[in-house]
Design a protein around this ligand. Structure first.
Ligand SMILES: C[S@@+](CC[C@H](N)C(=O)[O-])C[C@H]1O[C@@H](n2cnc3c(N)ncnc32)[C@H](O)[C@@H]1O
Length: 240
């Protein structure tokens, strides 16, 4: 999907991507809802992951910058890197966020994803993020592992160990349930209808936890203070 360059909406004085460009469900097409969701993501990392502006946050699958828009709105400047395989989204973020706020840096990742990037390199065992070892405090992936194959998720989890600082933390969302098969792409019995490749990657809860343990991560026991609306994705917080 390609987007016009001079293309933005303004809500309450804040530049946001136009509705047609935003990923996610119909509720995110509403400007006020979109901005609110951006703000609550910023508060999520502050309240649940100890984020402050001294921390380096890596937003993988940043899309059109929902998290940084929320950080700027509620918490101010940051040490932020956003990475995405979808080139037009990165271009938008550079033009409308990075130019005015260089403490937010965006990079295109030339990698293949059946849903979002039809060209690019395969994410295989040789894959490494172009990020220095021991340089990131928080890795954040909202609605990204929900659209990646298990083997790719594991390659990412493996490299996070290299780039995360000693007390580093990870947040990600995923579809997982008890009493279902270990791992299914676009399950027939899901609570909404599939729309295109890699729409839903669903795990069995125990199976997903076993993958995280295999990679040496510890699940943080976080109770969401304000559970937020979503399409059935659940949230996982990990420490290194
Ligand atoms: C549903 S969108 C979520 C965007 C953003 N995180 C948010 O919550 O608004 C999924 C994003 O993940 C990106 N993506 C998919 N596969 C990826 C990969 N292997 N590495 C990095 N980003 C990826 C897509 O291009 C897309 O921008």
């Amino acid at each position: 999907m390609f987007f016009k360059r001079n293309n933005f909406a303004k809500v309450d004085g804040v530049i946001v991507p136009p509705a047609a460009m935003r990923w996610g469900g119909p509720e995110l097409k509403n400007d006020a809802y979109y901005l609110k969701s951006a703000e609550s993501e910023a508060l999520r990392i502050r309240d649940n992951l100890g984020y402050d502006s001294t921390k380096h946050i890596l937003d993988i699958g940043c899309g059109q910058g929902r998290l940084p828009i929320g950080i700027l709105r509620t918490l101010g400047e940051a040490h932020y890197t956003g990475i995405d395989v979808h080139k037009p989204s990165i271009k938008w973020c550079k033009q409308y966020i990075e130019k005015a706020h260089p403490s937010f840096q965006f990079r295109h990742l030339n990698a293949f994803n059946e849903r979002y990037s039809k060209s690019g390199l395969t994410i295989d065992d040789a894959f490494r993020f172009d990020i220095r070892a021991d340089s990131v405090d928080i890795v954040y992936l909202y609605s990204v592992f929900t659209h990646m194959r298990q083997e790719e998720m594991e390659i990412y989890l493996h490299d996070f160990k290299r780039i995360l600082r000693k007390n580093g933390k990870i947040f990600f969302s995923a579809f997982f349930e008890e009493d279902v098969e270990d791992y299914v792409i676009n399950p027939d019995d899901f609570h909404f209808k599939m729309n295109g490749p890699l729409h839903v990657v669903r795990y069995n809860t125990k199976y997903l936890y076993s993958i995280l343990e295999k990679h040496g991560y510890h699940r943080l026991d976080i109770t969401e203070k304000n559970p937020r609306d979503n399409d059935g994705q659940q949230f996982i917080y990990l420490s290194r």
